[in-house]
Design a protein around this ligand. Structure first.
Ligand code: COA
Length: 154
């Protein structure tokens, strides 16, 4: 099998016209679900706030093969939606994408945090290899719709 060479790919910033392909990538990799609310406006807003959505593009067919979305809240960088289309997985391509992402973090000069499902061994092994440390048995909580939440005030 011919392994892809990195010169056949570029890592570049997201552009508005990438939106539909990025949403398809997130759907095919199980990283995007409607309840997450990751729409065009959210991407733009996060990038305006100092985030960055990096894309791995196949130069042969201009296909978006992977993404790494880093948001910034003024305290830390959060890495989301790090993944590759199934046909591009298993070829070592996650490494240059992660390296470029960490270069962005280094440039910003902040901590970086991410969530990964405990059964996602591939991603866990990859993140550990690049210096991410397990924080322990934290539970992750979220309120999806604040308007549907009842007040706990007495
Ligand atoms: C997680 C993901 C990005 C890894 O990319 P990949 O193309 O599968 O992995 P690569 O071929 O680039 O391998 C990079 C490293 O990942 C780890 N890895 C890959 N496959 C692995 C496996 N089967 N078992 C354990 N570790 C594995 C290894 O550390 C590997 O480095 P090595 O080859 O030096 O051992 C990819 O599988 C993916 O996109 N998955 C779907 C989306 C996803 O779950 N993203 C993570 C969200 S938190």
């Amino acid at each position: 099998m011919n392994e892809p060479k990195m010169k056949e790919f570029i890592i570049r910033d997201y552009r508005d016209e990438d939106y539909n392909e990025v949403i398809e990538l997130w759907g095919l990799t199980g990283m995007g679900r409607p309840e997450r609310g990751d729409d065009r406006e959210t991407i733009e807003r996060c990038n305006d706030l100092g985030g960055r959505l990096l894309l791995l593009e196949d130069r042969l067919n201009n296909k978006i093969a992977g993404s790494s979305w880093m948001t910034f809240d003024g305290r830390r960088v959060y890495m989301h939606h790090f993944g590759l289309l199934p046909e591009y997985q298993g070829k070592g391509l996650s490494k240059p994408l992660l390296e470029e992402s960490l270069e962005h973090v280094r440039d910003k000069g902040f901590q970086v945090k991410l969530e990964v499902h405990s059964t996602n061994i591939k991603a866990i092994e990859l993140y550990k290899k690049y210096g991410f440390e397990y924080l322990g048995d934290y539970r992750v909580f979220i309120i999806r719709d604040i308007d549907k939440t009842t007040s706990a005030k007495i």
